[in-house]
Write a protein that binds this ligand. Structure first.
Ligand code: PLP
Ligand code: ZN
Length: 410
């Protein structure tokens, strides 16, 4: 039973059939999946959720597939926990971490989008899956493609972190390192998609793929006891995650699962790649592409596909878009690790650092609550922090030597 009616243009509203399409041929607007909410309302409830196992497919009525899921049975339902030490350190009343640094199997929120995209790719009859990626997406496409039996090509910028490269190669897939930045990789992939009958998860399957990010928002609402938070801070690269968390809260509200939501959305970017923040600061609706230069490579997208929509959400929810320097990102990674024992990657460092900055500037209210979105794992971006940590204490296996070190003030 599928509740997917078809695709709909976000700009002009024209309808399209359920095919591997992603752009409106009339106005070039992006296509989005449209659902039959009346029918979903009759069949989807909190009671039904109680019977479901804790993975991302517990919300399958609100996801963009027609049949049963192909993969992702271990993805999603990651911890949402109250971060008391971090809250104390930041001086905010209540702070929650939604922790996709431990999402299964590839340690980022991208396992969610890929599980949906590959399930859809199978329905469409594709044999080969591919993606343009800043690293995490490639890891997820690589892992899920093996499990699901697809041939796989992942395209990334050549200068990614070692672990992001290795975490794709380990699956035995074809990794193409393009001598350019993400935006150049993406442009190349759009061209390849027109020449090869491949499912590029974030190009020709983008409308279906992006829906997977809604599960991150559904889970936050469910784990808070079926309500949306007062404030949420989200890292933004293409801006898709921001728009889909918003759509997730909107759908839950429309279905009566949560009260009308008033969450304020705060976007986090790195100063070295902050096209959305720049438009926000200039009070402009136009996002001018930038050339990325930051250690936060996973969110280094200079020409964000969903940037205008993410920007619109920050504005209409009375949120904000803010950026931080690479130094602040490193401090953000360390702060989360030292307070909560969570090792996040650079995107998470940016999110924590932006939260801190917004609190210091009085933009986020200290007497309110905030959910901080941690979307990836620090083991994949070790280069960013390796020269910013305490030195290792190296000793001979001798008690005397250890005591000497201790006296030395270690
Ligand atoms: C860890 C991490 N967080 C956040 C994002 C941003 O995602 P989006 O492109 O949906 O804005 C990415 C994108 O690759 C990512 O890898
Ligand atoms: Zn259109």
């Amino acid at each position: 039973m599928s509740y997917v009616k078809g695709l709909k243009c976000r700009e002009c509203g024209r309808s399209y059939p359920k095919e591997a399409l992603f752009v409106c041929e009339w106005c070039f607007g992006p296509l989005e999946v449209a659902y039959d909410y009346e029918a979903i309302k009759k069949n989807f409830s909190k009671k039904l959720l109680e019977t479901r196992v804790p993975n991302m497919w517990r919300y399958k009525e609100l996801l963009s597939i027609d049949g049963e899921p192909l993969c992702g049975s271990t993805s999603g339902f990651t911890p949402l926990f109250e971060a008391k030490n971090l809250a104390r350190s930041l001086g905010i009343k209540k702070c929650y971490i939604k922790d996709d640094s431990v999402n299964h199997p590839t340690l980022s929120f991208k396992d969610r989008v890929v599980a949906v995209a590959l399930s859809k790719a199978k329905e469409f009859g594709f044999r080969t899956v591919a993606c343009a990626s800043t690293g995490n997406l490639a890891n997820a496409v690589a892992a899920h493609s093996r499990y699901s039996g697809f041939d796989c090509y992942v395209f990334v910028p050549f200068d990614l972190e070692t672990s992001k490269i290795l975490s794709s190669l380990i699956y035995g897939v074809n990794l193409v390192a393009v001598e350019g930045n993400y935006d150049e990789v993406n442009r190349l992939c759009a061209e390849i998609a027109m020449n090869f009958h491949w499912a590029f998860v974030n190009v020709n399957l983008r409308p279906y793929y992006a829906e997977g990010s809604k599960t991150y928002g559904f889970e936050i609402a469910e784990q808070l006891g079926f309500r949306s938070p007062q404030n949420i801070v989200i890292p933004a690269a293409s801006g898709s995650l921001v728009t889909k968390i918003y759509k997730g809260f909107e759908e839950f509200s429309q279905l009566g699962l949560i009260p009308e939501f008033k969450t304020r959305f705060f976007l986090a970017q790195a100063e070295g790649c902050a096209p959305i923040v720049k438009a926000f600061r200039e009070n402009s609706n136009i996002i001018k592409p930038v050339k990325p230069k930051t250690i936060a490579k996973s969110i280094a997208i200079g020409n964000p596909a969903d940037g205008v929509y993410a920007l619109e959400i920050a504005k209409k929810t009375k949120g904000f878009a803010e950026a931080v320097s690479d130094e602040e990102i490193i401090e953000g990674i360390k702060l989360l690790a030292e307070t909560e024992g969570v090792f996040t990657e650079t995107a998470g460092g940016a999110t924590v650092a932006v939260t801190k900055k917004l609190l210091e500037n009085g933009i986020l209210a200290k007497e309110e609550e905030v959910v901080i979105c941690i979307t990836g794992n620090g083991l994949k971006t070790q280069e960013s922090v390796q020269n910013h940590l305490k030195p290792v204490i190296r000793i001979k296996p001798s008690l005397e030597e250890f005591k000497r070190e201790l006296k030395g003030g270690v």
